[in-house]
Ligand binder design. Structure first.
Ligand code: HEM
Length: 379
């Protein structure tokens, strides 16, 4: 008989050299929220980061709530998870935007060298209310109520010092997470096949984590640049597009995920044996993003995207698409150069980026008496 063995008590360590949620395993649910900081000076900013860090330490481990309550006061927590707080693989990842380094907190000298506000790329139609923010917080877990609980808790404890600007809910197919298969996106294609393996720590240092090689301010070591892009899909148009065109747009088969001309998802596309782009078109998403000239990982980033699905647009079309997320230790060689290679790709007929931002994921914190951003504020 089939067994359901979902372990809600599963916990992901929040401490370490790096924050969790960047190269920890994919989850079924996510929330991305950008905040503006209303703290008035550096001391209040420090209090904010300490508060967030304490909440992360609390929320990401199993807890039993104490029974004492006063009916004359608001309950201390939302109650969404009942009496036992089970983290369900919750990770909370905090990153800072370029605007945090303006004159308010005296941090201009400490700004990560490559951190800039997200520019407009040619196919973008950016909506201001979906862009930027001083902070980005990524919540990931395997159930919707777990990420909502964590978001509500953090806002409850920290709203003295920050206000939410925009929020987007994301998901990955539960069946793919449960089966450890590559998640299928809302175009029906396996998304993540070409990603560098999170188990290869040397490669993660080369692509994702800031190391001494990146010549960043010392406090940045162990951090990473986060690029978030909110990308709307025209799924009605896509669903009327012939399969061959869909597959040529990506350079991979829809059902197997194999590179065109190959059998299996993980097969090498052997682009050297296709020098004229007869098999995998030069214009395909895969070949533009990762031309493999001369080597693998021309795109120096690691993707960790989620799908989103909202309501109906004024046009009567469905509002759904991708929360594209990339982590890299060099925003230029990672997201920006890759996006510039993709500009003008045939896939653009079906996609419209409308929001997001660039942020820098703070280095990790130690298990006790530490807080995120300590190196930044005390450097
Ligand atoms: C509408 C948005 C997008 C969709 C639907 C999409 C989907 C896909 C799919 C299906 C693949 C092939 C499977 C795989 O290797 O994961 C892929 C590969 C890739 N995509 Fe995207 N993607 C989107 C946007 C982007 C953006 C904005 C970037 C970066 C700027 C990007 C970078 C890459 C890279 C680097 C690969 C790996 C290619 C390889 O290693 O062969 N994608 N994408």
């Amino acid at each position: 008989a089939a067994t359901c063995s979902h372990d809600y008590n599963q916990a992901v360590d929040y401490w370490g050299r790096h924050q969790a949620g960047v190269i920890t395993p994919d989850t079924k649910e996510a929330i991305f929220v950008a905040f503006n900081v209303t703290a008035r000076d550096k001391t209040q900013l420090q209090q904010l980061l300490q508060l967030i860090s304490q909440r992360i330490a609390f929320l990401t481990r199993p807890q039993t709530l104490s029974a004492d309550k006063t009916d004359q006061l608001p309950p201390p927590e939302s109650g969404l998870l009942g009496h036992n707080l089970a983290p369900d693989s919750l990770t909370i990842t905090v990153a800072v935007g370029a605007s945090l380094f303006d004159q308010r907190f005296g941090l201009a000298q400490q700004k990560p060298k490559k951190l800039i506000p997200m520019p407009r790329f040619p196919n973008d139609r950016l909506e201001k209310s979906w862009c930027g923010g001083d902070l980005s917080i990524q919540f990931c877990a395997n159930s919707r109520e777990s990420v909502i609980y964590a978001l509500r808790d953090i806002i409850h404890h920290c709203n003295r010092y920050m206000v939410p600007l925009w929020k987007m809910d994301g998901f990955l197919p539960a069946r793919d997470i449960d089966h450890h298969s590559t998640a299928i996106n809302l175009f029906g294609f396996k998304d993540g096949t070409g990603n560098a393996a999170i188990t290869d720590s040397k490669l993660m240092d080369e692509l994702v984590w800031v190391t001494a090689n990146n010549h960043e301010p010392a406090w940045c070591l162990g951090g990473s640049y986060q690029a978030i892009r909110l990308i709307r899909f025209n799924v009605e148009f896509w669903d009327r597009t012939p399969l061959e065109d869909q597959e040529n747009d990506f350079g991979r088969y829809k059902s197997s995920g194999a590179p065109i001309g190959m059998k299996h998802e993980m097969d090498d596309p052997q682009m050297k044996r296709d020098p004229h782009g007869d098999r995998i078109l030069f214009d395909s998403h895969m070949r533009r993003a990762e031309p493999r000239i001369p080597e693998r990982h021309v795109a120096k980033l690691r993707r960790r995207s989620f799908s989103y699905s909202l309501g109906v647009l004024p046009s009567g079309q469905l509002d759904m698409g991708l929360i594209f997320v990339a982590y890299q230790n060099d925003l230029k060689k990672g997201f920006i150069d890759t996006q510039n290679r993709l500009n003008g790709e045939p896939l653009e007929r079906y996609i419209k980026p409308f929001g997001g931002g660039f942020y820098f994921v703070l280095p990790g914190m130690a298990r006790d008496n530490d807080y995120l951003g300590k190196q930044l504020l005390e450097s």
